[in-house]
Design a protein around this ligand. Structure first.
Ligand code: GRF
Length: 200
């Protein structure tokens, strides 16, 4: 299966997926909306194709998304993976990749959608926090949940310490979710929830 990974920054989740060397997965390309994303250097080192679609070069979201679609579709991916891709996508974009667009979010959804999740978790005084991989639907951070990881919130944690604890789990569950997808094990039940079928 062919995968395109969309990034905006350092790309540690993207690296975790690449390094997982999942059988049957071909990383067709890394696409960044920022020309200075650290992730692009990693792609170059590994000989992975990369492209930049700079959102600043487009007048609005629709024009940017159209350019992004054109870039993605050149690689004919079976799965599009958002890995720290910090742009909100239009409904048309999301619908185009229905069932083959996944995202990782650094909280236990449906708690703390949106930004600054670790700070908000600390402010709320939750005892557990974590990360979620989900299918992307038009409502932000709201699609069917594929896998979650839980971490404890420990007395004295600050945003950075808690964020690092969560990030280590992100790397583990994102590779897991990709593995399930390419193995054809993800199904939606009648209520729209994800079921992970047994391995064959
Ligand atoms: C991750 O915490 C991801 O969950 C969030 O942005 C961060 C991206 O980190 N949406 P990286 O670029 O994968 O290192």
């Amino acid at each position: 299966k062919s995968i395109v990974i969309l990034v905006s920054g350092r790309g540690s989740n993207m690296q975790a997926i690449v390094d997982a060397a999942i059988p049957g997965v071909h990383i067709a390309a890394i696409i960044s909306n920022r020309p200075d994303a650290g992730a692009l250097g990693f792609a170059a080192e590994r000989g992975i194709a990369s492209a930049v679609v700079d959102h600043k070069a487009y007048s609005d979201r629709t024009a940017f998304d159209a350019a992004l679609v054109e870039c993605i579709d050149r690689f004919e991916p079976d799965l599009v993976v958002l890995a720290g891709f910090m742009r909100v996508l239009t409904d048309d974009f999301v619908r185009r990749y229905d069932g083959r667009l996944i995202n990782i979010h650094p909280s236990l959804l449906p708690s703390f959608p949106g930004l600054h999740t670790h700070r908000r978790a600390l402010e709320a005084g939750v005892r557990v926090h974590g990360a979620t991989v989900h299918f992307v639907t038009p409502t932000l951070d709201c699609g069917p949940i594929i896998v979650q990881a839980v971490v404890p919130v420990i007395e004295g944690d600050d945003e950075a310490v808690l964020g690092a604890r969560v990030l280590a789990q992100e790397h583990r569950i994102y590779a897991q979710a990709v593995r399930w997808f390419v193995d054809g094990r993800l199904r939606l039940d009648e209520a729209g929830r994800v079921r992970v079928a047994d391995a064959v």
